[in-house]
Design a binder for this molecule. Structure first.
Ligand code: SI3
Length: 293
């Protein structure tokens, strides 16, 4: 769909010192991200720690995002949970508060069959009239989305997109080919934003974008201006930063970088690892590199 295009930041979680949801920090972060020129937000996904929060907390976060956004940029709510019931409840809530789309991973742990996953997704799709974006991230869920299941899912008119986090841009392109011209495929690996774009993605959804939103906006605007060489130069700079971020606990590093940019969103929740003193040198280096650009 031409409805979705560009840079969608997977919002990190926002907690206070006690580890409680900090809606004030959510508002500040949303404002900062809007001001950086991005096109949308993905709320409650991997980076947002939706799966480490209660249903009530997830609703609280989404409501705070929507209240601060006031319709300025697009909001995609990740409503996936291990239970169909919770996912449906979150989908209905997302529609009530006015999100642009909902999205979900397949359920995990029980190694559900294709039919189980399909019915899980259909339950949330049919509970609302919202556009639905499949979230395919096999390294995290262990579920491999086949083209067979994908083709069954896109028969439903609300299934308008797919976010794909796999290393293969060929796989991305195959889903795009089957999805068709009006189908939105979002690139998952931030290291391959441009590659995904070239292979048919309408844009990307990513966690590290939050540490350097301006740089991803730059890749996107160079791409749109047909200046692929310049877009690649920015992607390569970004990738140096990402590989540094991957050398330390990445979610904690992301949050620390944002703290240094003026918004304290706290540390990740266990079982995600926090930053330890030996990681600070790498974080100093990353922050300095981002500031330099
Ligand atoms: O829902 C989300 O937070 C994302 O969109 C996550 C995104 O695909 C990230 N993948 C994971 C497993 O967290 C990437 O942003 C990833 O952190 C980045 O490419 C660094 O490898």
């Amino acid at each position: 769909a031409d409805m979705f295009k560009g840079v969608y930041v997977a919002m990190p979680s926002c907690y206070d010192k006690q580890g409680t949801i900090d809606t004030g920090a959510v508002a500040k972060l949303v404002r900062y991200l809007i001001n950086s020129g991005i096109q949308g937000l993905y709320v409650g996904g991997s980076t947002g720690e939706g799966l480490l929060q209660t249903t009530a907390e997830r609703k609280q976060v989404l409501e705070a995002v929507i209240a601060e956004n006031k319709g300025q940029i697009q909001i995609i709510a990740h409503v996936g949970a291990i239970t169909t019931q919770e996912s449906v409840e979150l989908a209905i809530h997302a529609e009530k508060y006015g999100t642009d789309a909902i999205s979900s991973i397949p359920p995990f742990y029980y190694k559900p069959t294709d039919l189980g996953v399909k019915n899980h997704w259909l339950a949330m799709i049919e509970a609302t009239k919202l556009p639905f974006i499949i979230y395919h991230i096999p390294v995290a869920t262990g579920f491999n989305l086949t083209l067979g299941l994908f083709n069954q899912m896109i028969e439903h008119e609300q299934v308008i997109g797919l976010k794909i986090t796999t290393a293969s841009s060929y796989e991305l392109q195959q889903f795009k080919r089957h999805g068709g011209d009006n189908f939105a495929v979002f690139n998952g690996p931030d290291e391959q934003y441009l590659a995904g774009r070239v292979m048919g993605a309408c844009g990307g959804i990513g966690g590290t974008y939050g540490a350097m939103p301006e740089l991803f906006v730059k890749i996107e605007s160079c791409y749109q201006a047909d200046n692929i060489e310049e877009a690649a130069r920015w992607q390569f700079r970004v990738n140096e930063i990402i590989s540094d971020m991957l050398s330390v606990p990445i979610y904690a590093a992301l949050k620390e970088i944002i703290r240094r940019r003026g918004i304290d969103i706290g540390a990740p929740r266990l079982p995600i690892e926090p930053l330890w003193p030996q990681h600070m040198e790498a974080v100093d280096r990353i922050t300095a590199t981002i500031e330099r650009y």
